[in-house]
Design a protein. Structure first.
Length: 130
């Protein structure tokens, strides 16, 4: 009988120390999903810029003159996931970028947009290649 009580006490201690670790998994998983969404947008932007540059503008989408939210939605097959919002305004043409916004890359100049997630209150800048 004593052995049974000892086992129950040990299981109680283990569950008390492990339970808080598993309760917070939702916030952690939301952060991982948010980071994955940002990575998908950045990858789609680079692929689009490569297609645009390699084909002389025949493939990919033109980003200059379009709103950040529209461009990002195009990269993600039409829409951002629920709870996400893109901001940043209209992406200017390369010659119209002010010096403080220019970020020249081998693929072309980049413009900063922002993505935020209402579930985790996270806001992250993303760059879109013009």
């Amino acid at each position: 009988m004593i052995e049974l009580v000892v086992v129950i006490v040990i299981l109680g201690i283990l569950s008390a120390t492990a339970l808080p670790r598993f309760i917070d998994l939702r916030a952690e998983s939301q952060a991982v999903v948010f980071d994955s969404t940002i990575a998908a947008i950045q990858t789609a932007d680079r692929m689009n810029a490569l297609a645009w540059k390699a084909s002389g503008g025949a493939k990919g989408i033109k980003t200059a003159g379009r709103d950040c939210a529209d461009v990002i939605a195009s990269f993600l097959n039409g829409a951002l996931p629920a709870g996400y919002r893109a901001a940043g305004g209209v992406i200017p043409a390369a010659g119209a970028l002010p010096d403080n916004l220019k970020n020249e890359t081998p693929l072309g100049p980049q413009y900063g947009c922002e993505i935020d997630n209402s579930d985790s209150d996270a806001t992250t800048p993303v760059t879109i290649t013009e």
